[in-house]
Write a protein that binds this ligand. Structure first.
Ligand code: DCP
Ligand code: MG
Length: 367
């Protein structure tokens, strides 16, 4: 899934969208809950600011040394030997629905219902319509919006067609969801005599050809477009696949300078794992809005966050991410998501949970 809620929403009148969303959700349970969450975050920010203000000069110098040491350790583990490709289908459910009903082409449409929509095509996004928005708000933003109900069987079918293509590039590709996957294309590049010794521009050119060919095969075999990002690790590949979406690609070569330049102005929210809350905290407590600033504020981050969180932030500042081979992964959990209209009916909720538990017990688990 894409981390950017606003992909395809350039040029949208954001103020108008915000006003309509505000007016239509004001007073609802959802709205009250959002307000509660915001109050909690504000409190957390105040608390962290107070902790920051209490740090003495000695504390600051101590944590700066801690940060410098961790940055050096992380840098020493930088791996530029692999080439990862992240592929993400464009407006997936909506594109599949348009394939089976071409009359939808060019018209604003959303997959879902008046209570909740799963995604919207790029025509609808121009009006501010997006995934996880109640359909009645979407209709207000775009009165001619067409609704199509979800059909998971269809999405599973098309997903398996895309996976047949991915498998040809990396038999151990990692499927992150129905519409996205990570492929280690190091071997494919090697077979084509592309090595990291090539001049960077040449390397970009040849890798782009591989990505282009993969996307073309997906289109030929499914009729659907996708976007791709290529980078030395999975975290960056995912960021890259969103840059030229839809139906585009971006290659970041396996070169430290290129990575550091890329990361220097990258807004932190573009990085998987940094959501709305973390973005808010990092901005309001530390004044961090780009990945590079994670390194500049490294001392404060080490002082206020746990070791694992601070390490994650510092590694983002260095443009590091996972490069390890995909292993056969054992399923550790299962989840299912359904959207209800507001209810306080406990009996109904327990009944639903019971039904799902039974259907899971009967389902086959493929690790
Ligand atoms: N999806 C969903 N609920 C969400 C987000 C997504 O049910 N909150 C479903 C519908 C999407 C599919 O998952 O079609 C893939 O999600 P993406 O985030 O990749 O969104 P799209 O593929 O629709 O659009 P794009 O990737 O072009 O931004
Ligand atoms: Mg997608």
């Amino acid at each position: 899934m894409s981390p950017f809620l606003l992909v395809g929403m350039d040029g949208v009148d954001k103020e108008k969208v915000q006003r309509i969303v505000y007016e239509m959700s004001k007073g609802s349970k959802y709205f009250e809950n959002e307000e509660r969450k915001e109050a909690f975050i504000r409190q957390k920010i105040e608390h962290m600011r107070a902790r920051c203000a209490k740090l003495s000069a000695t504390d600051i110098s101590h944590y700066q040394k801690v940060a410098d040491k961790r940055v050096a350790e992380l840098e020493a583990r930088r791996d530029l030997s692999r080439t990862w490709l992240h592929v993400d289908m464009d407006a997936f459910y909506a594109a599949v629905e348009t394939l089976s009903n071409p009359s939808l082409k060019g018209k604003p449409m959303a997959v879902g219902s008046m209570s909740m929509i799963s995604t919207a095509n790029y025509e609808a996004r121009k009006y501010g319509v997006r995934a996880a928005m109640p359909g009645f708000i979407a209709r207000k933003l775009c009165p001619e919006l067409i609704f199509v109900p979800v059909d998971f069987e269809k999405y599973n079918h098309y997903s398996s067609l895309t996976r047949k293509v991915f498998q040809r590039y990396d038999p151990d590709f990692i499927a992150a969801s129905l519409d996205e996957a990570y492929l280690d294309i190091t071997e494919v590049c090697r077979e084509r005599d592309l090595s990291s010794d090539e001049v960077v521009q040449l390397l970009i050119f040849f890798i782009a050809k591989v990505a282009d060919e993969l996307r073309r095969s997906v289109f030929e075999e499914t009729g659907l477009t996708c976007s791709a990002g290529v980078a030395p690790n999975r975290l960056l590949a995912k960021v890259c696949s969103d840059i030229n979406k839809p139906n585009g690609q971006f290659v970041l070569p396996n070169d430290r300078m290129a990575v550091m330049t890329f990361i220097s102005s990258l807004p932190i929210r573009k990085v998987g794992g940094i959501g709305k809350v973390t973005e808010h905290i990092l901005r309001d407590v530390f004044g961090i809005s780009t990945c590079e600033e994670m390194l500049q504020k490294g001392g404060c981050l080490c002082a206020l966050f746990s070791r694992s969180s601070a390490d994650f932030f510092l590694s983002v500042g260095l443009g590091l991410g996972r490069t390890d081979a995909s292993q056969v992964r054992v399923r550790k959990s299962m989840s299912n998501e359904r959207t209800f209209s507001a209810t306080e009916d406990e009996v109904l909720l327990y009944q639903k949970l019971g039904n799902w538990r039974l259907s899971y017990q009967n389902s086959r688990i493929i690790p």
